[in-house]
Design a protein around this ligand. Structure first.
Ligand SMILES: Cc1cc2nc3c(=O)[nH]c(=O)nc-3n(C[C@H](O)[C@H](O)[C@H](O)COP(=O)(O)OP(=O)(O)OC[C@H]3O[C@@H](n4cnc5c(N)ncnc54)[C@H](O)[C@@H]3O)c2cc1C
Length: 371
């Protein structure tokens, strides 16, 4: 359902006065911008429109139970319905499907993982997310000596590039998007408002992804950025019909194309593809899917996940500059978490609802310099 407050703006000229300046049009800035427009707020989103960004690199996988230890994401019972609702709402608005619900299989890579699965499968809180066991004879891509695996429920992927393109075009149409980088030296903070060029702003919200680490007002937050690579390949061979997690993952697309990911590199944090990642991804793929050994590599993408030490996002106001705010730190789960937190944060901004302590950046205020 689209809120009646979302009115089409007939005056799309650049704004000189706005309530919120959103710095960054990744998934965080875009979904927050959408929520604020729905509530009738005036916004301006600024982003340099780079071809390769973290949100545009991400495969957008939604996966409630992850890792070798098969851990259920904390609060996934809240995040998932919020994500489905928002992506459906956006799908209806733009007449396009962005969230593709898809079956997923997790293949065991060790006896330890099987032991972990045995523990989890009997827990009622895991039941909505864990499906049937799978044995080597159930799938033609499993070898005879495979340890098998199991089906995962409520999985899928978000087509982030299509969604961000559609939202950008919409923001442009609404006269609330500027293709540029915000030079932080150009933000003039006064008691009454923040001035950026010829625009007067009530609050600035930084949705600047991993670039938060060089943001002069928020670099004290303990960000843990992690670089990652994802490839797109093409094959004439039959692909699995489902997403397969095998230490790495394979996401089948249409026309023989598939995505293969992802790597995790803590340093160096540059945005260039590496030979190491190529070896790591292609070797893992060949070992699990020998028939795909001649697949053609058609695209490599690199991004930097805005991870945090406690795996909780960074949301809230600067301790000494209340006009400056942050909405960031969604790590490797932006597609799942941002819909929920964009609703929560927009209610905080527009209705004064409290932020949970677990995500409020007040929890790190001890690390904030005094000036
Ligand atoms: C390899 C990889 C795989 C991933 N896979 C998944 C996955 O399967 N599922 C999932 O949910 N998540 C995944 N993620 C994580 C997901 O991408 C992030 O959680 C999410 O995209 C973060 O969005 P964001 O808007 O906070 O950051 P970003 O996408 O980094 O957006 C920040 C934006 O701010 C802009 N910006 C920065 N500084 C300025 C400035 N001064 N002025 C103007 N604009 C500025 C940038 O150009 C950028 O467009 C993956 C990430 C990577 C790297």
């Amino acid at each position: 359902m689209i809120s009646s407050a979302l009115k089409i703006n007939m005056d799309a000229s650049p704004k000189t006065e706005v309530e919120y300046l959103i710095v960054g049009q990744g998934l965080a800035g875009s979904l927050l911008g959408w929520r604020l427009l729905q509530q009738g707020k005036s916004i301006l989103i600024v982003d340099p429109c780079l071809e390769q960004t973290t949100s545009r690199t991400a495969a957008g996988l939604i996966n409630p139970v992850t890792g070798k230890r098969l851990v259920k994401t904390v609060n996934v019972e809240q995040y998932l319905p919020a994500a489905k609702l928002l992506y459906d709402e956006l799908g209806c608005f733009f007449g396009e499907i962005f969230l593709h619900e898809k079956r997923q299989v997790k293949i065991f890579k060790s006896e330890g993982e099987i032991a972990q699965w045995e523990k989890r499968r009997n827990r009622p809180d895991y039941a909505p997310f864990l499906g049937e066991s799978i044995h080597s004879e159930d799938r033609d891509y499993l070898k005879e000596d495979s340890l098998g695996g199991f089906e995962q429920k409520q999985c899928g992927y978000l087509d982030t590039v299509s969604l961000l393109d559609r939202l950008r075009a919409f923001f442009v149409e609404q006269g609330c998007f500027i293709n540029s980088e915000v030079d932080l030296d150009e933000l003039k903070i006064a008691e009454q408002a923040v001035q950026w060029l010829d625009c007067s702003i009530d609050k600035v919200v930084f949705c600047d992804g991993y670039q938060l680490q060089s943001n002069r007002w928020f670099s004290w937050l303990p960000l843990q950025p992690v670089q990652g690579e994802i490839f797109t390949l093409e094959t004439d061979q039959q692909l699995p019909k489902e997403i397969v997690q095998f230490g790495k993952w394979l996401l089948p697309l249409s026309d023989g194309q598939f995505k293969l990911g992802a790597t995790w590199q803590w340093s160096p944090l540059d945005e260039q593809p590496t030979e190491k990642a190529e070896v790591e991804l292609l070797d893992a793929c060949k070992e699990q899917f020998p028939k795909l050994k001649n697949a053609r590599l058609i695209e490599k993408k690199v991004g930097i996940r805005p991870g945090t030490r406690d795996r909780q996002p960074f949301i809230g106001s600067h301790p000494h500059q209340p006009r400056l705010m942050v909405f960031n730190g969604f790590g490797s789960k932006g597609s799942l978490m941002i819909p929920w937190y964009s609703a929560l944060f927009s209610r905080h901004l527009t209705k004064g609802d409290n932020l949970p302590e677990t995500v409020d950046i007040k929890r790190h205020a001890d690390g904030c310099p005094l000036s």
